[in-house]
Write a protein that binds this ligand. Structure first.
Ligand code: C2O
Ligand code: CU
Ligand code: CU
Length: 476
């Protein structure tokens, strides 16, 4: 286990992000900014404009980045559940993009996956009917073969499914005040401070890891919080890095929501791992007035000698004692639920995530394809079809490295991981699961998806997804 000294020593050596974080840590850190909030709960409509801009992340000049309505990333969309919202997505970029609503339970034809590409100059206008429970979801481009690069450039944002009940739940809800949105990403920059996504074979096989941490598009910022309870909505928007998170002083993280919404009651955790595509919401108690630091251990999921690494700083928190805290009590009843389905009659479907190893890996022959059950993704092949309303047990085998497995159009229960009951952080409703060995899921398919607009299932390491570790299914 790490003691405090070890953690701080690890932080000061900072092999990860040594250059920029060291530079920034010396100057007075800037206050972390939230993505702008685009609240569509009243209007029932919103527009996103995919555009290019310039971003200087590390003070070295910077370069071209992509975003929605801004230079990098997109606004936090807040949509009301129980109503339909009209979206207008305009593509002002010179290549096809798409906007996939990751975590939304909606039909395949408006899911925004690879079959709903938006051509340059075109506008896509889906009506999004939401009926699911409140949750923190997200949106990102999903063009097959280009997702890793497009998300790396900034085509992603957070999406809140809101039911207006957070005050009744006793939860912090002041956007950017005591309800913080944290998009966690890692990047590499070239000497001019431009995003460098020139991937090597190892990056494509093992997943792209950056050397600099970027939070909400900012490097080296600090969060300023009131001396009370603060809610953190965490999104791992990285291409491949897995973050085992904790606070340097060991304080609890009270988990209140997983991917698809609230738990029944908060669960106190000392650490929590968030993999690409996953979200979680935690409450953190700052009422002592003491500053704190969110840290991460090195990436655990990598093969080829790239695993591990020292602890590094994710985000320092400074308590502003002049602010009046709004919430100081951890609520006991969140009104959410934990799935507890009956899997006894569900049919089982096996998914094996394959990475070509050995001789084949470095060659340019067919063996370089990533795949699931031996099949690399093919836009023109539906891997299987199922009947709407059915429930299945999905058994995922990950092989030599960890893979975050994601399914479109559903939220599921994690039945087991390596034959054992899931850890506390995996007992909520999920749409993405970090598979370390094997996992069994109970999945119910309630949303329709025609063969021309199927749902995807894939590894959310974007280099794996782009490389073929994805399939598609219809629900009819
Ligand atoms: Cu977050 Cu298929 O995607
Ligand atoms: Cu998705
Ligand atoms: Cu993977």
């Amino acid at each position: 286990m790490l003691d405090r000294r070890h953690v701080l020593a690890g932080l000061s050596s900072l092999p990860f992000a040594a250059r920029p974080l060291a530079t920034f840590a010396q100057a007075a850190p800037k206050r972390l900014a939230m993505p702008p909030l685009l609240d569509a709960t009243q209007s029932g409509r919103f527009s996103l404009d995919a555009q290019r801009g310039q971003t200087d992340f590390i003070g070295a000049g910077g370069g071209e980045t992509w975003g929605f309505n801004q230079a990098y990333l997109g606004p936090t969309l807040r949509l009301a559940t129980g109503q339909a919202t009209g979206a207008q997505v305009h593509n002002g970029l010179p290549e096809d993009i798409s906007v996939h609503w990751h975590g939304l339970l909606i039909p395949g034809e408006i899911d925004g996956g690879p079959h709903q590409a938006i051509a340059p100059g075109a506008t896509w206008s889906p009506e999004i009917p939401l009926t699911q429970p409140a949750a923190t979801a997200w949106y990102h481009s999903h063009v097959h073969g280009a997702t890793g690069r497009q998300v790396q450039m900034g085509l992603a944002g957070v999406l809140q499914i809101a039911d207006g009940q957070d005050d009744a739940r006793g939860l912090p809800s002041g956007y950017g005040v005591d309800d913080l949105t944290l998009v966690i990403q890692d990047r590499r920059f070239d000497r001019g401070g431009r995003i460098d996504y020139s991937t090597t074979t190892v990056d494509r096989m093992s997943g792209f890891l950056g050397d600099t941490l970027v939070l909400n598009g900012q490097v080296g910022a600090e969060a300023v919080v009131p001396p009370g309870l603060v809610r953190l909505r965490l999104l791992n928007g990285s291409n491949a890095r897995i973050y085992p998170l904790s606070f340097a002083d060991g304080r609890d993280m009270h988990l209140i929501a997983t991917d698809s919404g609230y738990l029944d009651r908060p669960v106190a955790l000392g650490s929590l791992t968030i993999a690409p595509g996953e979200r979680c919401e935690i409450l953190v108690d700052f009422s002592s007035g003491k500053d704190a630091r969110l840290i991460s251990a090195g990436n655990p999921g990598q093969m080829m000698g790239r695993g591990g690494g020292n602890d590094f700083s994710v985000l320092p928190f400074r308590v502003d004692a002049t602010q009046k805290p709004r919430i100081t009590q951890i609520p006991t009843d969140l009104g959410g639920s934990r799935p507890d389905g009956d899997a006894s009659t569900a049919t089982t479907r096996q998914f094996t995530l394959d990475i070509p190893m050995g001789m084949g890996m470095m060659s340019r022959r067919a063996g370089t394809q990533l795949s699931i059950n031996g099949d690399a993704f093919d836009m023109n092949r539906i891997n299987f079809a199922l009947q709407r309303g059915t429930q299945e047990r999905w058994r995922i085998s990950a092989g030599m490295m960890m893979h975050p497995f994601h399914i479109h159009g559903v939220s599921f229960q994690i039945l087991s991981q390596n034959g054992r009951t899931p850890t506390a952080q995996d007992t909520g409703w999920k749409d993405t699961v970090l598979v370390n060995g094997s996992a069994e899921l109970l999945v119910r398919f309630d949303q329709p998806a025609t063969p021309s607009s199927p749902f995807m299932y894939h590894c959310h390491i974007l280099e794996h997804e782009d490389g073929g570790m994805m399939g598609q299914f219809a629900v009819t």
